[in-house]
Design a protein around this ligand. Structure first.
Ligand code: PLP
Length: 418
């Protein structure tokens, strides 16, 4: 029970004992570390059983890593600050974070367990989010309804008609980049007492802070922009109220999908350069979008920075001058042309993720939205010819040259190229 450091030179210890205990529990350093250390310890020691019992009762202090870990708390504190939240909870992936956010949002005030009700979800969501809703919520008693929540009239009518308990949308949708009107959704949700959960993975707190506009919970796949380097998975949920934060904390202990301390440290490290990366990635994306929009091989570009995009004015007035760092497009020549294009790219990596410092390319129909049926994809405008580009921090000239060489054999008009 005692946290007093055992004496490694204690004469009574045999080698086996010394190998196990020597050098451990030396006490915290006197000087404060500049960055939060990685606390790998799964448990924490108290001088007496009574003090351990008191720590369990108060809920303060660290006990067991699934209940709280100092490195993870440091990340959660950084997320709460970035999102202007009352608190945040970190999870092992974005999907775990989405699941946790939906459970917490469906838990009525004063209760501990979620109650099945109506979840009104945006039609345009990351593919696995839809499968989560269909298999783990609709499959267990909740009613899940989809509607085009980026169309203000449709969103208002659907919220009034279905009187949902929870409304779920992506602030900027993956992969077609529809822009949600967060302020309007907040107003309609308040009218019917619904909780608004927003997946803000694509906007990040650099473009938008939805809790400040009145959303209840914000979710991020931290695997993407927050971490940013393609080397760690995680998810976070930030809560506007103390009640929802307490619900998340309680349920997180039971879900057990806790983020590990090593991952937490890496994500927090990534967040330190989030604003810089987003500036660069969004600026690069704007160049890529205008290049593609003028290219004869390209039939359609989806990017909210283009004046032709349906969400352009909303994004322009709410995203602080940025438009995100994804650009999707369709080429003349359909899926065959898309496959030739993707295979010809050399700098863009054909990786199934987004938000990294590296520029990435994927075909949603065979990756992020693969689990949807062809009919579900068609209804959402995700054709086999749709290509999603996630723009990184590389030099823009190198990115444009790569796109140019990959599009070159496909262009109808091959003039004006170097
Ligand atoms: N939300 C969005 C918008 C995503 O694009 C993804 C993954 O691509 C997720 C959530 C799930 O995140 P993770 O892969 O970290 O579980």
């Amino acid at each position: 029970m005692s946290p007093t450091p055992p004496d490694p030179n204690a004469p009574s210890w045999q080698l086996e004992t010394s190998l196990v205990h020597a050098g451990e529990r030396l006490g915290a350093p006197v000087a404060q570390p500049t960055t939060t250390p990685i606390y790998g310890s799964t448990t924490y020691l108290y001088p007496s059983l009574a003090e351990l019992d008191a720590a369990f009762t108060s809920g303060e202090g660290f006990l067991y890593t699934r209940y709280g870990n100092p490195t993870v708390v440091a990340l959660e504190t950084a997320i709460a600050a970035a999102e202007a939240a009352r608190g945040a909870v970190a999870y092992a992936s974005g999907m775990a974070a989405l699941y946790a956010a939906l459970l917490a949002a469906a838990t009525p005030r004063g209760e501990t367990a979620p109650r099945p009700g109506v979840i009104l979800a945006a039609r345009d969501l990351y593919g696995s989010t839809m499968v989560l809703l269909d298999e783990l919520f609709a499959g267990r008693g909740a009613t899940v309804v989809y509607a085009d929540l980026c169309d203000p009239a449709v969103a208002e009518a659907a919220i009034m008609q279905h009187q949902p308990q929870v409304v779920l949308a992506e602030t900027l949708s993956n992969p077609l980049l529809y822009v949600a009107d967060v302020a309007a959704l907040v107003g309609h949700c308040r009218d019917v007492g619904a909780r608004l959960v927003l997946d803000a993975t694509l906007t990040t707190p650099v473009l938008l802070r939805p809790l400040s506009l009145g959303a209840d919970l914000v979710v991020h796949s931290a695997t993407k922009y927050l971490a940013g380097h393609g080397d760690v998975a995680g998810g976070v949920v930030a809560a506007r109220s103390s009640l929802l934060h307490a619900t998340l904390v309680r349920q997180a202990r039971l879900l057990g999908a806790s983020l590990g301390p090593f991952e937490a440290q890496q994500i927090q490290r990534g967040m330190k350069t989030l604003a810089l990366r987003m500036e660069r990635q969004c600026a690069n994306a704007a160049h890529v979008a205008s290049f593609l929009a003028q290219h004869p091989a390209v039939a359609q570009v989806y990017y909210p920075g283009l004046a032709t995009h349906a969400g352009h004015h909303l994004a322009a007035s709410t995203y602080g001058g940025h438009f995100g760092a994804l650009v999707s497009c369709e080429l003349h020549g359909g899926a065959i042309a898309a496959a030739s294009f993707v295979d010809a790219l050399r700098l863009f990596l054909p990786a199934t993720t987004l938000g990294d410092i590296y520029s990435l390319v994927s075909v949603p129909a065979i990756a992020s939205h693969r689990e949807l049926t062809p009919a579900q994809r068609a209804e959402r405008g995700i054709s086999p010819a749709l290509v999603r580009l996630s723009i990184g921090i590389e030099a823009i000239d190198d990115l444009l040259a790569d796109l140019q060489q990959a599009l070159f054999p496909l262009g109808k008009d091959t003039g004006n190229r170097e």
